[in-house]
Ligand binder design. Structure first.
Ligand SMILES: [Zn+2]
Length: 168
């Protein structure tokens, strides 16, 4: 099989199956174990395999859920209160696409969706209520890559067209 050339530097993509570190703007640095991707042997450019992007999205979602769960329950309010803060009706709040897509940090408590109060106020100001939920021990690493598409952004597709030489 002919190896794919890197459009940036002319290097060659090598298929990798290893832990993949990446930066999410909400969660900070995350590590996806045994990720499938191709990496340029020269400049380090990465092409995610189909499915890897979905696994990253799932990891981000799980991490957000876990870290929200550590915040005080008292920080969360019901949809009705959140709608009042935003000066919209509960119906409009529940139907709001950006809210449905996770632009306000939300958890489920006793079967009810609850919204982080600070996140609601932030959403009111900037239309994006997500604030960083870094882990307590996290430090910035120079070796991580920035992945700009996160939960709530357009689709869950990989950031580039999948490579043609997939192993199935
Ligand atoms: Zn390259």
């Amino acid at each position: 099989m002919k190896p794919m050339k890197c459009p940036h530097c002319g290097g060659t993509y090598i298929e990798r199956h290893e832990d993949f570190r990446f930066d999410d703007h909400v969660c900070g640095t995350l590590v996806l174990p045994k990720a499938a991707f191709d990496k340029c042997d020269s400049c380090g450019d990465v092409l995610l395999h189909p499915g890897t992007g979905d696994r990253m999205s799932a990891l981000i979602e799980k991490t957000i859920h876990h870290r929200l769960g550590r915040l005080p329950v008292g920080d969360f309010i019901m949809a009705k209160q959140a709608a009042t803060l935003l000066d919209i009706s509960v119906q409009a709040f529940n139907k709001h696409r950006r809210i449905q897509r996770g632009f306000i940090h939300q958890v489920e408590l006793d079967g009810h969706k609850c919204y982080h109060r600070g996140s609601v106020l932030r959403f009111k100001k900037t239309s994006d209520g997500r604030f960083p939920l870094a882990s307590a021990t996290q430090g910035k690493s120079a070796h991580t890559r920035t992945v700009s598409w996160g939960r709530g952004q357009a689709g869950n597709s990989p950031r580039r067209a999948p490579p043609v030489h997939l192993s199935v």
